[in-house]
Design a protein around this ligand. Sequence first.
Ligand code: ZN
Length: 578
Amino acid sequence: MAFIPEEVIDQVLRTSNIVEVIEGYVPLKQTGKYYRALCPFHTEKTPSFTVNPERQIFYCFGCGEGGDVFRFLMRREGFSFPDAVRHLAERAGIPVPERGRPREEGLLKLFELQRLACDHFRKILKGPEGTAAREYLSQRGVGSEAVERFQLGYAPAEWDGLLREITRLGLPPRQVEAAGLALPRQGGRGYYDRFRDRLMIPICDSTGKIVGFGGRALGEQQPKYINSPETPVYKKGGHLYGLHLASRAIRETRVALVVEGYFDAISLHSAGFPQTVASLGTALTTDQVALLRRYADKVTLIFDPDPAGIQAAWRGLELLVAEELGVGVVILPHGKDPDTFARESGKDALLTQIAAAQDVVDFLLSRAEERTGLQGVDDQAAAARQVLRLIALMPEGVRRAKYIQKLAERLGVSEGSVLAELRRLGSPDSTVPSAPPPSAPLPPAEKILIQICLLFPETRPLVWGAIREEELSASSLRSIYGVLREFRGTEESLARSLNHHPDPLVRQVTAELFVRGMEECADPHRMVQDCLLRLKLREVQAELKSAREQGDLVRVQALLDQKRTLTSGRISETDYIS
Ligand SMILES: [Zn+2]
């Protein structure tokens, strides 16, 4: 936040309309003062995602996700806060003056170098030095359209082709090394190109910025692939190959096809499957599954039929299942990899295979069947446990129940015995990421008190004078109280500091309190007094209980008097406190 001036952030916030921005992602339907939609952050059948245009805030009553327009973009696009501000500023045509941003400038340089290298490799591929690489591509059935789309290039068999090109543009060789494109010479000074005589395949992040390269040998020389080393912009297993080209199709169909290699992805795109990405390692990583979660509800794995491919599919399953993603597994017939299959058998054959994808239970049981025949009781029990370990990772719900039912059917046992076995396996492994536990409901009087404080600044002095932070029992409300009380700034920046509070629970509660404005509330001061009275009563009630337990009759009498005074016709018959 520190790098963009506050005034600019305020201006961006004032000029962007949260309804317009969110509508770019999910269709909103107006109901009264609010807009509703099916939540883009969790799977649901009836809309609980609510946008309040007046407060410029969203909140989902189903999963608790909420905040301002920046928070929406951060969550939806994976932007950092400054990136979300810049994104909206650009849309609105507001210039963002940047003060010293050494680290980000360094990152910009790294991105720029990848881009320059990519342009260089592409130029070479088209020129006389690119003949062998072009032949290689046409042998593999990669047409010119795919070459353009995936920005393929060629690094010639020279020691410093790229270095010369980039230093000619005035950038120091040291930076080419930092970008992972050159290596220091042994024993002497200077550098040499990392990629030589290789087909160059740029790897992009989800927005299409190049972060690194894969270099494929044209012949049989080893290693077959050389990849960029990790740099500040490239993390192994942190990206999905082709995602920037696939994200739109995935978002539309909510299904992602995941293959292993570059050429699998390129072939599937060319064959008419634009929702394909490649994992590039063998097994999917947590970062990759989190990326998929942003766009897809279901992931279909199309892996090589060799043991390594099957092993990879199997390891990806746990992560996908724990992230509540639907999973399908396709193992192609005749030992063909997806690239070969797509080119030789065509779109329709592949569609048939994808439509017949196995779900988790079928996949694991048929693997076990191939290995052991599943004849004996012991083999069956072992296979069942393998499936159950996966089912145990799933959140409770329809999908989990269906899998349990299916497993029972396939093994010819009762659902009860499957459930018993599941309980025996115990709770899910704690190392697997799972949804946060649902938070306890907030005490109504405290919640409304803080809500009025948020929405009606004029009531705050009354509250500060009547109740201390530590008298509130809910920690999130205590934090909001603390921020409200200490804050010296505009209401806009106050809302922003709550919407971007470091504690996610505080952000969630803030959004919940903000989203339903209380504009219909005629007398906020009286509501505050009612809430305070109820809190006071709660306190007296608790003291009364302990006095009774201790047999302190004098104190009991005094407290009963106090209670009577408090309640004597002074609690109004309003029904807003349930
Ligand atoms: Zn939700």
